[in-house]
Design a protein. Structure first.
Length: 396
């Protein structure tokens, strides 16, 4: 059995590739980083180092790689695969659609079974986005729905940035936490669901995508943005969460979304299991061994402040259920002030651009254009007003 994993980055190697390889699959990575592709083909294995309460080194074997620029080879591998997965980041999806489209045509010509693609991207509505990206690249009348299963996931595994020195030592080594559960859409598979330990199919996938975005990702945003403002000396996530000026607000903000999600999905979530989930996340945020940074979890502010994402999306969900959200509002305001830097004292390039837009055009412009808030409509108008009040207080 073969899994083709598009994207040999942190999630591709530490999570998806590792799960399927340990279940007996050959894992074929498709990536465009020359060094990574060469090393995978030379060694046919790599190491995942678990940084957690019980450290562990996992040797992932029976792997190889194809360069993403070799479209025919990549499409051929997908055409022959038993299953596929992606982990390239939402911004890079458009670059892989042509290869996938070519593979689907090849499979169709051969009369092969549908290809299930596990979409491991932090993207709400990922299956819809995938279908829309593939359709223009396929022949007119191509039976897309019959040819592919677009399987959404909830990616909860935390993988920190490795330093340049660590990457130089071994370009394939990856650090990760022990959490190893891949929640996926049970209803989207066109073939039998693979019997892979760690794969957790759920019938109501939207509920779990929303929980990941509006509790886990929001919790990270609360930690990074409030931590940057209230505890500017905190470099690591654990330092921010353990700071008395930050930690209680992180918990309270996650519960704001938690209450809204219980109201949105009463058959799926309860006070008890939501509380257990939040407690577990806070425990994982405090994992010192992981070495996750405020910079990593907060960077790319423009994307993380978009209308459907963790902060503004949470505020709109809260508003739709009448849930007061003071901490999430403060998080949005603090995000406008986020200027964290990496180990070399450099801001993320997109965050430098964002800071320039804010400086030149002002917060109202950002809330309308970046966050997608519409001041003529409710509840957008109230959300925008409250964030501006908090921003004025933070910057006064």
């Amino acid at each position: 059995m073969t899994l083709v994993q598009i994207g040999a980055g942190n999630i591709g190697r530490s999570f998806v590739g590792q799960l399927f390889a340990r279940a007996g699959y050959e894992v074929v990575f498709i990536d465009v980083v020359d060094e990574v592709v060469a090393a995978l083909n030379e060694r046919r294995c790599y190491t995942v180092e678990i940084r957690d309460e019980h450290p562990e080194s996992i040797q992932v074997r029976n792997v190889r790689a194809i360069h993403g620029r070799d479209m025919e080879a990549a499409a051929g591998a997908l055409a022959a695969a038993d299953i596929a997965a992606t982990a390239v980041g939402p911004g890079a999806l458009r670059f892989i659609y042509p290869t996938i489209a070519r593979a689907l045509v090849l499979r169709n010509e051969r009369g092969a079974a549908p290809l299930d693609i596990i979409i491991c991207e932090n993207l709400r509505g990922a299956a819809r986005a995938f279908a829309e990206g593939l359709k223009p690249l396929l022949p007119e009348g191509f039976p897309l729905a019959d040819s592919v299963g677009l399987v959404e996931t909830s990616i909860g595994k935390m993988v920190p940035i490795m330093t340049e020195e660590q990457r130089r030592t071994d370009p394939l080594l990856v650090y990760a936490e022990a959490y190893n559960t891949l929640i996926c859409d049970a209803c989207a598979f066109r073939n039998p669901i693979p019997e892979v330990p760690g794969l957790l199919p759920k019938a109501n996938m939207r509920a779990y995508v929303d929980r990941k975005l509006f509790v886990h990702n929001l919790g990270h945003a609360l930690t990074a943005y409030l931590g940057h403002v209230r505890a500017p000396g905190a470099v690591f996530v654990w330092q921010a969460v353990e700071d008395e000026r930050v930690g209680p607000s992180v918990r309270a903000g996650m519960w704001e979304s938690g209450r809204a999600l219980i109201a949105e999905y009463p058959a799926e979530f309860s006070e008890t299991d939501m509380g257990e989930h939040i407690d577990d996340l806070l425990r994982r945020f405090r994992n010192r061994a992981l070495g996750d940074t405020v910079f990593r979890v907060g960077r790319d502010v423009q994307r993380k402040l978009s209308r459907e994402d963790r902060v503004i999306g949470s505020l709109l969900l809260d508003a739709s259920h009448g849930v007061p959200a003071p901490e999430t509002t403060r998080c949005a305001a603090a995000a406008l002030c986020f200027r964290a830097t990496d180990e070399h004292g450099r801001m993320f390039p997109a965050d430098e651009e964002f800071a320039g837009i804010l400086r030149e055009r002002g917060p109202e412009h950002v809330l309308e254009t970046v966050c997608g808030l519409r001041p003529a409509r409710s509840p957008d108008r109230e959300v925008m007003r409250d964030v501006l009040v908090e921003y004025a207080r933070l910057t006064s």
